[in-house]
Design a protein around this ligand. Structure first.
Ligand code: NAD
Length: 432
């Protein structure tokens, strides 16, 4: 392993990243920016062509950030796994979704590890970054890699390092978010730490892969449970006719012991709605019932239905039924400032409204088309007074690019699930 440490110090190590999505692409670029030769491997031909053409497909990454290292020969993308023969390090950043039954789906990790196994060679470092349950690196990845005849901690290094990237966050990125890392052995942690130290400001070593895996799940469970709590407070406030947003704004003036979380139409994205269930599944395997996770999940999943109830009531007050009403959704991405609709609560709200006979349209500056869950819609241009022609506008994602004053002026009725119209007292506005 000393050889690899020396190569990492001299930036002579050849780095590889498997999975060039929201996590893998920024990581690969950060390695390249810091002097390494990086090879990205992905099964998606469109991503490989985009990289070769210097074109970004991620909001936080500009075209030039890809084009420059590609032109300089520092970054290449391929779907050919045999390049692993030539690589010194490999970070696995593939998806970890849930099955319909809410069980972990490790298919992508297993497929990537099966490929690495074919080309694994002595002195190599393998790091899993995909979010997963505690034990995956030791129980799934290690035995598979050791089928090659090489031993982790002896012939090659193996570690887990959770990815904490927050797409759309202008302040924190791959470089300045501290990186937790835990290896199968102390030597594995040491060499993994060396790789990250070259590109990340702070590296936080922990004692094992299981601790590193659990760190990520604690972080995301913390968010899911707190969002579940504040969503329940919002439901309570609604029945008490108290403005939940005003309550949170006042509560957060307390300088200690309180952290503001906000209610909304439900959870979205690939982390918060999914990761806690990786933990509860693993806990169940050990006879433990993760009650907070299940409860928060149930409350958060009930929010789209509550939003539809609010829309129904608001239309009802105007003597209109949802059936036949023209409902325009403002923002469908799972959160503001991102072009990602995966797991977005907007899709569930759309489904529920369509089932009730609403005529749907949407606009989102980040999502030009929705081709999901049987919907085929295109984002509507809000110019030309379009909002004056609908019965109700529902703000589901508070993108900053939207002119909310104009929305309030032109829409007859607005249901605001994000407090995008903070401070607005207009009669046509209904808040969550
Ligand atoms: N997106 C986030 O904000 C975020 C944040 C922290 C952690 N994570 C975690 O990071 C992991 C990756 O998430 P993501 O959002 O980058 O996913 P993504 O879907 O954006 O990217 C994953 C990429 O992996 C590729 N891929 C799938 N199987 C492959 C295989 N066998 N070989 C090569 N490439 C393969 C896909 O084509 C895709 O390009 C997940 O475990 C996720 O939970 C995501």
């Amino acid at each position: 392993m000393q050889d690899l440490i020396n190569k990492l110090e001299r930036r002579q190590a050849r780095c590889g990243v498997i999975g060039l999505g929201y996590v893998g692409l920024p990581l690969a670029l950060e390695f390249a920016r810091n002097g390494f030769h990086v090879t990205g491997i992905d099964l998606d031909e469109r991503k490989i062509s985009a990289i070769q053409a210097g074109r970004s497909y991620i909001v936080d990454t500009r075209d030039e950030e890809i084009a420059e290292p590609v032109k300089a020969g520092k970054f290449i993308a391929t779907n050919d796994f045999s390049v692993i023969r030539e690589l010194d390090t490999i970070n696995i950043c593939v998806p970890t979704p849930l099955r319909k039954t809410k069980d972990p789906d490790l298919t992508y990790i297993v497929a990537a590890v099966d490929e690495i196994k074919k080309y694994l060679h002595p002195g190599m470092l393998v790091i899993l970054e995909s979010t997963t349950y505690p034990g995956t690196t030791e129980e799934v990845v290690r035995p598979k890699l050791e089928e090659s005849g090489l031993l982790a901690g002896k012939d090659f290094a193996l570690a887990f390092s959770p990815e904490r990237i927050d797409p759309g966050n202008g302040r924190f990125n791959t470089r300045n978010i501290p990186k937790v890392v835990g290896g199968c052995t102390e030597a594995c942690t040491k060499v993994a730490k060396k790789l990250y130290e070259a590109s990340v400001e702070t590296v936080v070593p922990v004692s094992s892969t299981q601790v590193a895996e659990m760190v990520k799940l604690l972080e995301n469970t913390f968010r899911s449970v707190n969002i579940g709590l504040v969503n329940e407070i919002a439901l309570m406030c609604s029945s008490l006719k108290v403005d939940v947003w005003e309550v949170i704004d006042a509560a957060k003036t307390k300088p200690f012991g309180f952290m503001a979380f906000y209610p909304g139409p439900g959870l979205g994205g690939h982390c918060i709605p999914i990761d806690p269930f990786y933990l509860s599944w693993k806990a169940k395997m050990n006879g433990f019932d993760a009650r907070f996770i299940e409860l928060a999940g149930a409350i958060n999943e009930s929010m789209p239905r509550f939003v539809v109830e609010r829309i129904t009531d608001a239309l009802n007050r105007k003597r209109k039924s949802v059936n036949g009403a023209r409902v325009h959704l403002l923002g469908v991405a799972y959160k503001e400032g991102v072009n990602d609709i995966r797991e977005s609560p907007a899709l569930t709200v759309m489904k529920l409204l369509a089932e009730k006979g609403a005529i749907l349209s949407y606009s989102d500056p980040y999502i030009p088309k929705v081709d999901e869950e049987g919907f085929q819609l295109e984002s509507v241009d809000l110019k030309n007074g379009f909002l004056g022609s609908v019965d109700c506008v529902v703000i589901l994602t508070a993108h900053r690019e939207v002119d909310y004053d104009a929305v309030v002026r032109s829409a007859p009725l607005i249901v605001d699930t994000r407090n995008a119209l903070h401070g607005c007292k207009a009669d046509n506005v209904v808040r969550l």
